[in-house]
Design a protein around this ligand. Structure first.
Ligand code: UTP
Length: 298
């Protein structure tokens, strides 16, 4: 049991988003809409539901649309109120942030996820903190970060979100070297970034949710360059394990979509649209007709 609370979350959003070019030449990946809400809104909602009160964005040049999204919109609110559009007022409500709850730090150069997280070190201080990658979207009954906070309150230490992946995907992820298991929690003896499938210690991949001790920030300060020539968060967590900090993979309940890839974004769009009462019928009928056309063409 730990009495420490996870109040702060870092959202590293300074990547170049090359898999979504040309769109990301002008529009940050994190504001691309999944049905009708930008990716970043799903991440913020998940953090709020897990008890986070301080939201720290690590941004870069070209991300102003993301910052603008969280600005107040008094003219819009006035106009919607005057027209009695209560449903639309409710739709924009989650993008309202309490004054002072949100901070923006710049990453001057895209040196890797670990470097982006390190840029937030002064705002984190010596508290445990969450890291959320907004392009990993997770559909679940209990939000993924909230499942991890429940686990953290029992174990302390570091917790990373983990899921089994097919062999063909192992080399795209950080991979867990497992020591033991307690239900959904896998205690780790190490972690490797993007191993070759034949050298991987397991098929348990780390995906974009973390609860970390501030000691990980201290490890990042070494600026160790890892896989792909980038400063990797995985390496700093692996250092913590070597220093004896208990670290667990949490096999969360839920379906993860890689919205940083085109196929993953399209899959998420279909799944989230079909989960919506206002879209299911019309969109479902459309999908059925598309399937019939494509089968007839084969
Ligand atoms: P990705 O590996 O998805 O990179 O980063 P990317 O630049 O966003 O997208 P692609 O691969 O070029 O299409 C994972 C997360 O880490 C952040 C990204 O913004 C994303 O949320 N990141 C990555 C940074 O903030 N800074 C970096 O230097 C690298």
């Amino acid at each position: 049991m730990t009495s420490q609370k996870v109040r702060k979350a870092v959202f590293p959003v300074a990547g170049l988003g090359t898999r979504f070019l040309p769109a990301t030449k002008a529009v940050p990946k994190e504001v691309l809409p999944l049905v009708d809400r930008p990716l970043i809104q799903y991440a913020i909602d998940e953090a709020r539901e897990a008890g986070v009160t301080d939201f720290i964005f690590v941004t870069a040049k070209g991300k102003s649309a993301l910052e603008n999204y969280f600005d107040g919109a008094p003219d819009l609110v006035r106009s919607l109120k005057a027209k009695g559009k209560t449903d639309l007022l409710a739709a924009i409500e989650p993008s309202n942030m309490a004054s002072g709850a949100i901070s923006y730090i710049r990453q001057q150069e895209a040196l890797g996820l670990g470097h982006a997280v390190w840029c937030a070190r002064r705002l984190i201080g010596d508290e445990p903190f969450a890291v959320i990658l907004p392009d990993d979207v997770i559909a679940s009954d209990q939000p993924c970060l909230s499942q991890m906070v429940d686990a953290f309150e029992q174990t302390g230490g570091n917790i990373v979100a983990a899921m089994s992946v097919p062999e063909s995907q192992i080399s795209s992820h950080g991979v867990i070297d497992p020591k033991g298991r307690n239900g959904r929690l896998v205690e780790m003896k190490g972690m490797v970034e993007k191993p070759d499938a034949q050298d991987a210690p397991s098929n348990l991949a780390v995906i974009g949710r973390y609860i970390l001790n501030s000691s990980v920030m201290a490890n990042l300060a070494a600026m160790k360059v890892g896989a792909g020539g980038e400063i990797q968060l995985t390496d700093a967590i692996a250092d913590d394990i070597r220093h004896g900090v208990a670290t667990y993979g949490c096999q969360f309940e839920g379906q993860r979509y890689d919205c940083g890839s085109k196929a993953g974004f399209l899959q998420a769009t279909v799944a989230f649209a079909l989960a919506r009462d206002d879209l299911r019928q019309e969109f479902g009928d459309f999908l059925v007709s598309m399937m019939a056309i494509s089968e007839a063409a084969e």
